[in-house]
Ligand binder design. Structure first.
Ligand SMILES: Nc1ncnc2c1ncn2[C@@H]1O[C@H](COP(=O)(O)OP(=O)(O)OP(=O)(O)O)[C@@H](O)[C@H]1O
Length: 429
């Protein structure tokens, strides 16, 4: 293994993730594990140079104070107990904290600052090969950041032992399915199964106006299509997943209750019993992007803005029709193109268009024309809990309006959403 590691054992601290990030910021890789890890499991982790038992306010679970197994206190590498009421709480002051951490990581443990993406990738390639051997892995590849980076990593590690399945459900943004094929099949020479399921999804969604029902239908149909493809392939034993560290935090740990459950490609029938390969599960989102970049994925994929699972389906408000869905896709493409051209790409957190299921009267070619309106939304947020509206230059909005009303069929008006969150949400649906 190329990297040294400091293991954080979760004894109920609320700051495990912060601590891991601080250690990584010192250039040393760090992972968080549950308090009930066994000594054997700890010994099996690669490159461990030290262990921090990170106690905190959640140390008492159901009335009982949790602890690690006794033999971990006598582990071969240095073990530090940091407890909110115990002997070595972390200093509150940032500089003091950094000094205390550096002393432990470098002084006491003798770790080297060798955490970087090239070493991470080299280590993961080795670990994936160990885990998978000569078996086959299946991966649902959406073209989103997480599954794309997993795909690139698995291709590097096991090449054609990986099969990727990309489902075009008709709700992706303009050019995205083509990009998945170009990057993974043409450039990385992956085994890629491209499933054109557009009709199937749109038929299922026909007449369905309730957003929650749309989401459910799309999710259930996706599992069905993926299952069918999985059954066609023989001898698959592993399922690759783009689980990342925030997914695990949100699913709850042994000391913290779940914020929301995370399932990725959950919902597959039990007889499709795959073991999971999740090489990104200890990475934060910015690190996943850095990993993707180091693996040679294009910026458009690595820096893709957040996109809801049901895709454009939720931005085509009310019951989806093919023509209005196409208008959402085309107007979204124009907005993205203009934002990129005018230096807003990468600056604005999320921007997109939505089309409600209403028409209003307008004039086209000197005739009355009942057409839709496109709503532009462009917002910034730190944590998605609140959001502010981007101050898009008025001239640019006018230019985009001109392009959308001229180029997108069936649209005679463009509106700009001025509402922060709250009271609006980020998405329209
Ligand atoms: N159209 C699709 N084709 C193939 N796989 C898909 C598709 N949509 C979703 N998936 C799979 O389901 C997972 C969860 O999808 P979701 O839309 O919630 O994205 P995510 O968790 O942000 O991940 P990603 O960044 O990979 O899209 C994806 O990582 C991918 O494995």
């Amino acid at each position: 293994m190329k990297q040294d590691m400091i293991v954080i054992l979760d004894l109920g601290s609320e700051e495990n993730a912060r601590l891991a990030r601080e250690i990584r910021a010192l250039g040393v890789y760090s992972e968080i594990h549950p308090h009930d890890i066994t000594l054997e499991e700890l010994k099996a982790l690669p490159g461990v140079k030290g262990v921090i038992l990170n106690g905190g306010p959640n140390r008492v679970v159901d009335g009982v104070e949790i602890d690690v197994s006794r033999d971990i206190y006598n582990y071969e590498a240095p073990v530090l107990l940091a407890d909110h009421k115990g002997d070595k709480p972390w200093p509150a002051d940032d500089a003091e904290r950094k000094t205390a951490l550096s002393n432990f990581v470098f002084g006491v443990c003798g770790a080297e600052a060798n955490w970087n993406m090239d070493n991470f990738i080299a280590d993961q390639v080795e670990l994936i090969r160990q885990q998978v051997g000569d078996k086959k892995v299946l991966l649902a590849l959406s073209g989103g950041v997480d599954s794309s980076v997993v795909a690139a990593l698995l291709i590097k590690a096991i090449g054609k032992q990986l099969t990727c399945v990309h489902v075009n459900h008709g709700l992706l943004r303009k050019g995205e399915p083509e990009q998945v094929v170009k990057v993974f099949r043409d450039e990385m020479d992956a085994n890629l199964v491209y499933v054109d399921a557009v009709d199937r999804f749109l038929d299922k969604l026909s007449g369905v106006a309730d957003p929650e029902q749309k989401r459910k239908l799309i999710g259930a149909e996706f599992i069905r299509v993926f299952e069918e493809e999985a059954r066609k392939l023989c001898g698959i034993q592993f399922l690759g997943q783009g689980t990342i560290y925030p997914d695990i935090i949100e699913s709850g740990t042994k000391t913290v209750k779940a914020v929301k459950s995370h399932h990725n490609v959950g919902g597959l029938p039990e007889d499709l019993d795959f073991a999971l390969v999740e090489p990104l599960k200890m990475l934060f989102k910015d690190e996943v992007r850095a990993c993707g970049k180091a693996l040679g994925l294009p910026d458009a994929m690595v820096y893709r803005q957040p996109f809801p699972g049901p895709g454009l389906g939720v931005r085509c408000l009310g019951a989806i029709t093919r023509d209005r869905l196409e208008a959402v896709r085309e107007s979204d493409a124009i907005l993205r193109e203009e934002f990129a051209r005018n230096g807003l790409e990468g600056k604005v957190w999320q921007y997109f268009t939505a089309i409600p299921d209403i028409k209003s009267v307008g004039v086209r070619d000197n005739r009355r024309a009942d057409e839709w309106c496109v709503i532009i939304r462009a917002v910034n947020t730190v944590d998605a809990m609140t959001a502010t509206v981007e101050n898009v230059p008025f001239e640019l909005l006018q230019h985009i309006t001109g392009r959308i009303t001229a180029e997108v069929k069936g649209v005679n008006r463009v509106l700009f959403d001025l509402t922060p969150k709250p009271t609006g949400t980020i998405e329209w649906e």
